[in-house]
Design a protein around this ligand. Structure first.
Ligand code: A3P
Length: 324
């Protein structure tokens, strides 16, 4: 185990030396690798994934660009898939942050022995999430047609504003704060963890058109508008359809209520505990819950900024068939 970790470290150091760098949001800089931007440790996690991860055909992956609704979708999928295991009065989501119930594949890895995942004893199906772009996932995850992906995207204006707030709280005190204007420029130029945002979305979108039974494409704004419809689609897609009886008993409503912003953000665990992604990334759970609404970006971005982001979006997505 430790030899492998050392080897990954060495290759990682060599790779880093030759990559273009850009200003970082949280760490000092991001590096560009095969067209996408990562923190140095983020890239290391991706390398780990390639070298050591063995998916099982029953695995369910949640993929997303950061700040698009990952935490919420984790809760919804966990509650849907495990609904016969847990009652709503003593549900694990009432005492655990969603990131505990549905861990990141690429955040708890590089510090651990690679065999860790194979022996973790987590129930089937394993629920694992990633922020990695589709094109950079290992073949083992994409070529196996049985592993399913659930992907979520969101209006990039709200993603930018959510990300700026979030990383401002996480940025080390030693570094000067990142202004919204700077963050905006970086985001527009694609310099953002796992960015460019648009390339991330398009990668999964194209894959979902080719493999509709493998990738379910969801939009934050649609989940807000019709959460019941979304939960039913998730259940159906993942092979856990809701029976008529369950629907009559209000199971879908209970899941939506359990995972609502109001409920999750008011829980003791999400108000006071800290989530430990790795030794260098500790996040107060409350930071995962800010406002949870659609369109908050208009309270922060100027009309000009909004227009520019919308223009980039329509330019980048033209002809793709994807609507924002
Ligand atoms: P805002 O900063 O706009 O409020 P991610 O989970 O990918 O990091 O995304 C975080 C965003 O999702 C934040 O957006 C957060 O408030 C919102 N969010 C978290 N839990 C939510 C929930 N249960 N329902 C709706 N939005 C939620």
């Amino acid at each position: 185990g430790s030899d492998l970790i050392q080897k990954t470290d060495e290759i990682h150091r060599e790779t880093l030396l030759n990559l273009p760098t850009g200003k970082g949001w949280m760490t000092e800089h991001l590096v560009q690798y095969q067209g996408f931007w990562f923190s140095p440790n983020g890239l290391k996690n991706l390398m780990w994934l390639h070298d050591h991860f063995n998916p099982r055909p029953t695995d369910i992956f949640l993929a997303s660009f950061p700040k698009t609704g990952t935490t919420w979708l984790k809760a919804l999928v966990f509650a849907t898939v495990n609904r016969t295991r847990h009652g709503f009065s003593d549900h694990p989501l009432l005492t655990n942050n969603p990131h505990v119930c549905f861990p990141f594949l690429d955040a708890y890895l590089h510090e651990k022995d690679p065999s860790f995942l194979d022996h973790d004893g987590s129930p089937t199906p394993r629920l694992l999430s990633t922020h990695a772009p589709y094109a950079l996932l290992p073949d083992s995850m994409t070529a196996n047609r049985r592993c399913k992906f659930v992907y979520i995207y969101r209006d990039p204006k709200d993603v930018l504003v959510s990300k700026w707030h979030f990383l401002r709280k996480l940025r080390p005190q030693e570094l000067p704060p990142l202004s919204l204007e700077e963050a905006f420029e970086l985001f527009c130029r694609g310099i953002s963890h796992n960015g460019p945002f648009w390339d991330h979305v398009l990668g999964y979108w194209k894959a979902s058109l080719e493999l509709p039974e493998k990738i379910l494409f969801l939009k934050y704004e649609d989940l807000k508008k019709e959460p019941f419809v979304a939960v039913k689609r998730i259940g159906e897609f993942l092979g856990f359809p809701f029976s008529l009886e369950e629907e009559r008993e209000g199971v879908v409503e209970n899941i939506v209520k359990l995972c609502s912003f109001e409920n999750l953000s008011s829980l003791e665990v999400n108000r006071t505990s800290i989530h430990n992604f790795s030794t260098d990334i500790l996040v107060d759970n409350r930071h995962f819950f800010r406002k949870g609404i659609v369109g908050d970006s208009k309270n922060y971005l100027t009309a000009e900024m909004m227009k520019r982001l919308d223009e980039i979006t329509s330019h980048k997505l033209s002809g793709s068939g994807l609507l924002f």
